[in-house]
Design a protein around this ligand. Structure first.
Ligand SMILES: *[C@@H]1O[C@H](CO)[C@@H](O)[C@H](O)[C@H]1NC(C)=O
Ligand SMILES: *[C@@H]1O[C@H](CO)[C@@H](O)[C@H](O)[C@H]1NC(C)=O
Length: 630
């Protein structure tokens, strides 16, 4: 209706209607209400285009596309021609033989009721829409750059300048069924020039888990050949990090000097963090599997041999220290042990490597089985809470210092450490250890509790808790708690302790909020997702939804989502509590795990896929599965 018609109506028109017309209007309103309600019911239950298609069929649907042929993987420098001074005589081959049939990891989910399905699908669509907002802003403001600045709406280079967010998001686009966006992204990825970079040195670890992991996973899902070409180009560059006298990988690779005609040949690092040396295994193994080139597997197998030899020589035998001397292949000096930053993913990869190699390499089982009980003994602790019943269901993981005569626990918890709930549960299934599945459940509960306890509903980056002396009985000891709080504030007891604690926004039982930020990290939802797929317990879905809505509320910017500055702040809009920073793992990991927990359970089945530490699923080798009891 042209607006002029409305403007010409007399102002009192609505009010001055005769009675009979008002009655008629009521009837119209009633009919409209019925239509709206029917519409809502329809929209609630309607099939949501390709989201409703089961994953395997969805794959077939995706493979049907007519479009993409002839992407050419371009580069200005061929890394295959780069020097490699420390030649390797013969390569350790991938383990030979048929993949073993490993124990079932996923719960056997029963048929889903229509109402459960409807509520789950609604949540799935909400996650997908959140992803779409961020992705569209990335495309608009930061296309082919490493990161989007979610407040300013600009791009930022931070990881070599090859499009970290672009590559890291490929498999999420695929899994969420963004078909056109996926192929637009593949087209852009085919133009990435790994032969050139703005930076002269790169982090080997970050480039491996984000870029190489992202390319391999997107290839595993889509079989798009150009992605494999890019993975190989990048793999050849990263392989230069192993050009050291003992072939131990470097923490940072100088890609400028590596390209020189007389380049290559670096001294090994005398100090490299455990995560840096130990978590290249999955990506290089998958690269070897899909290319058939054993040199990639050989490179990481040498590191694993070192870990195997060193496991009993550390200050706490069984555990691996934060810092490692790669030059002397020595792990016996550092006294600090953690499952958080500097170490996390190397532990994570032990059971995952066992799965990725189809159970054919026992060393990964050995590494896990000799580390897990020591983690349990020295690092895991029950928190002392005002309600001891609540505390009994929770576990956290702290750092350990090996002193001369005893070990001491630093009950520091990091968001990064939240991966270990899923770690223990997955390994517990894989190695048939129900006690470990139970540890995984309790560790996951610890992170869920930490989310729920904060005013924003989000766990902080780093905090401390009061540890119980034993896990059995643990009544709340106020004196002990106060002592611990004062220890972390480095202060004498104030006259009004309660006021101080309330100013600090410290919940009872917590002893510090060392870093109050939330950096859009995935580890908590990662463990909740794995626990759900392993146990089938429905309450994980509600925990996941609470986490998602809390994160959405606190982190939303005009264009996407940004890091939250203070998770203890209950007031104030997201606008004042958000940093202009969105790392690529928000789209690669956090939203992927949220999406998957609300998807049908055959979408990225844990018996068919295994995730790298950047949430990139790699295909597991298929064994002929022996059905239980069949
Ligand atoms: C390492 O030490 C533990 C405990 O002393 C022992 O049980 C295990 O067999 C040792 N492993 C190796 C490979 O020596
Ligand atoms: C409570 O903690 C204080 C301070 O550490 C300690 O002296 C006291 O023995 C504890 N009380 C109980 C009942 O364990």
């Amino acid at each position: 209706m042209p607006s002029g018609v409305r403007i010409n109506m007399p102002r009192g028109y609505q009010r001055g209607k005769p009675y009979s017309q008002r009655q008629q209007n009521r009837r119209i309103v009633r009919v409209l209400c019925i239509v709206v309600v029917c519409g809502l019911i329809y929209f609630w239950y309607r099939p949501i285009d390709i989201l409703a298609v089961p994953f395997e069929k969805h794959e077939a649907y995706m493979n049907d596309r007519a479009s993409v042929k002839g992407f050419i993987a371009k580069q200005s420098y061929d890394w295959r021609q780069a020097a490699f001074q420390n030649t390797i005589e013969s390569y350790t081959p991938l383990p030979q033989g048929d993949p073993r049939s490993l124990p079932q990891i996923q719960f056997r989910f029963p048929e889903e009721s229509p109402s459960r399905r409807a509520s789950r699908e609604k949540r799935r669509v909400a996650v997908r829409n959140e992803f779409k907002r961020s992705w569209q802003s990335y495309v608009k403001f930061a296309w082919t750059m490493d990161e989007l600045l979610p407040v300013k709406g600009q791009g930022l280079e931070s990881f070599g300048g090859w499009g970290a967010t672009l590559v890291d998001s490929l498999d999420t686009l695929w899994i969420m069924g963004f078909k056109k966006e996926f192929y637009d992204a593949v087209e852009a990825v085919s133009r990435i020039d790994f032969g050139a970079s703005e930076e002269s040195t790169i982090s080997v670890f970050e480039t491996t888990i984000r870029y190489l992991g992202g390319l391999l996973s997107a290839y595993d899902l889509s079989h798009e050949k150009v992605l494999l070409d890019k993975a190989e180009q990048l793999g050849e560059m990263l392989y230069r990090a192993f050009d050291t006298p003992n072939n131990m990988p470097l923490d940072r690779l100088n890609i400028k000097s590596a390209k020189q005609p007389e380049g290559g040949g670096y001294p090994s690092d005398s100090s490299i963090c455990f995560a840096g040396i130990g978590s290249l295994t999955m990506e290089f193994t998958r690269l070897a599997q899909v290319t058939g080139r054993s040199k990639y597997y050989d490179a990481v197998a040498r590191v694993t041999e070192f870990l195997d030899r060193a496991q009993n020589t550390t200050k706490i035998p069984g555990l691996f220290p934060e810092w490692v001397n790669a030059a002397d292949q020595d792990m016996s000096t550092d006294r600090t042990f953690t499952l958080g930053a500097m170490a996390d993913s190397s532990y994570e990869y032990f059971p995952k490597m066992f799965a990725l190699l189809g159970g054919l390499e026992p060393v990964y089982k050995k590494l896990y089985e000799e580390t897990a009980p020591v983690i349990d003994k020295h690092m895991l602790f029950r928190p002392m809470l005002p309600d001891p019943k609540e505390g009994a269901e929770l576990l956290f993981s702290g750092d350990v210092h090996a002193n001369n005569y005893h070990e001491s626990l630093d009950p520091e918890m990091q968001h990064l450490t939240c991966f270990i709930g899923g770690f223990f549960a997955l390994a517990g299934r894989l190695f048939k250890n129900d006690y470990h599945v139970d540890l995984g459940a309790k560790l996951t509960e610890g992170c869920i509790y930490a989310y729920k306890t904060m005013p924003t509903g989000i766990m902080p980056e780093i905090f401390h808790m009061t540890p119980c002396p034993t896990r059995n009985s643990c009544p709340f000891n106020n004196t002990f708690w106060e002592e611990q709080v004062l220890k972390y504030t480095y202060s004498a007891r104030p006259t009004d302790f309660t006021a101080m604690v309330s100013d600090m926004r410290l919940p009872k039982g917590w002893t510090s909020l060392r870093d109050k930020r939330y950096l859009l990290r995935p580890e908590a939802i990662e463990s909740v997702f794995i626990m759900y797929r392993i146990t089938g317990h429905e309450e994980y879905l509600d925990h996941a939804w609470d986490m998602f809505t809390a994160i959405q509320r606190a982190s939303r910017t005009k264009f996407a989502n940004g890091q939250v500055i203070d998770v203890t702040s209950s007031k104030g809009s997201a606008a004042r509590n958000v940093e202009d920073k969105m790392e690529s793992f928000w789209l690669a990991e956090t939203l992927k795990y949220f999406y998957l927990i609300f998807s049908p359970t055959d979408m990225i089945d844990l018996d068919d896929w295994v995730f790298n530490t950047e949430a990139h699923p790699f295909r597991r080798p298929k064994a002929v599965r022996v059905e239980a009891g069949g």
